[in-house]
Design a protein around this ligand. Sequence first.
Ligand code: PLP
Length: 348
Amino acid sequence: SLLWEHDPMYKDSVPALRARLLANENPYGPSKKVVSTISDAVSLGNRYAHSDAATLIEMIAEKEGVTKDHIMLGPGSTDLLEKTAIVRFLEGGNIVSADPSYMSLINTSRRIGATWKPIPLTADFSHDLDGMAKAVDSDTKLVYICNPNNPTGSITEAGKLKSFCKSVAAKTPIFVDEAYLEFMDKPEDNTMVGLVAEGHDVIVARTFSKIHGMAGLRIGYIVAQPERIESITDMVRSTMGLSVTSLKGAIVSVQEDTFLAECKAMNKECRDYVFSELTAMGYDVVPSNTSFMIFPIQMEGKEFLKSMFAEGVGVRAYNFLDKPWCRVSMGTMSEMEIFLEAFKKVTA
Ligand code: PLP
């Protein structure tokens, strides 16, 4: 479980942080071109942005190799995770996912009456696909897979995941959250989006919040079978939650190949540095494929967080496998140095 959520200590200390490493935000974005585009777009704010939404949908459809009716945009992928949960669980049922994993969709599902069937990750922190397949029954309305997984930063091998999706999606839709896909070595080999094009009942979620550095601008999308998207747009209007600024920003950002590659490279540099420093200190760090990493700590979680925040360093703490863990997001290299210095002091 996540330890800090809704803790006033966290809220009060955010403005004072020297290193904000708690929400897997991109410290370098949005790109300069996105910033100037958005500044210009503010004056268009008197108009609804349906045509910009249509433009972005077309661009994404082409990039993902599907037709436009396979794409739905949302103000952040959270919106689409939540809407999918609401549509699927209006009449109850169960949701199968890994544990620990990213809880947004699962929590919304539970809140409206779904039963959660958590399947522990394997020893190498990948999804236990056999265990998950066995947990699917006639009452399962959705399987949630986060790959790479949050909070562990670990991956499940693409070939195995594809076979799982192909066989299990015949029984129940599979939601694959790929928020951190672009930080992987070979994103194109690891995405499940090709399964959607092949007609499988898979829903892939992506976001502009991570590699694009647009977390506060709120934009993301899902790629799914048209009838899955219609089941949502039947209840809610798809483009009414979107702002002209984020849409125009996203239209530019999808074309920012150089900026995106630079973010990925700088993230990896920080990741390798922090991994080697922590490993040298004796910590058992889970190899990361994302913009964050996690490792067990020798200190009670809340106490640890309090001390780190007091040092002006925001990180997150979790409890699972009967021990406390620190999850640290990759910031700039100087923020990572501040993190390591504070971490050494706090755990000395
Ligand atoms: N999915 C995962 C795995 C995440 O880690 C996050 C944010 O941290 C989200 C989805 C939600 O991102 P957003 O709503 O900003 O697109």
